[in-house]
Design a protein around this ligand. Sequence first.
Ligand code: ZN
Length: 169
Amino acid sequence: MTTSTKSVVVFSQNYLPLNRINFRRAVTLLAMGKAEPIIFFEDTTFKEIRSPSIVIQVPPVIRLYQSAERPWKIPPVSRKEILRRDEHQCQYCGNRKQLTIDHIIPRSRGGKHIWNNVVIACADCNSRKGNKTPEEAKMTLLNKPKAPKHPTIAFAEQFWQEQQLVTDN
Ligand SMILES: [Zn+2]
């Protein structure tokens, strides 16, 4: 393992998984007294860092002593943010090339430029769909478009899902 691997999960003061940081950053937070180890699973393995004056045990999960809440707003609807939400994938056929923005209810028919009316579509799907709704064009969306989630909530959902997978196996 290298020290740049994002191997340590940081929990907030209120025990919400926030993000994943690299080992070096975790050592700094622990050494500065800004975080504490949390023993979360019985088989937790610590990694030990020694210097002449201190020994630091770094577990895979640490918890911040202070709140690190940062204000967050739903990002405005932009090509960059839609690409990120839709993971650079056409939401009709899964193609990753020649990506455009499709308004599910076409703008010419009153469709708005809002999160649940925009998706990434490849040029082929977009021209096939034309001025129709997906139903009229007999095309199915891979995902129901929604506004992006708060990054902490998205991370927390993913984190617990991964733990679930570990436990299930
Ligand atoms: Zn497509």
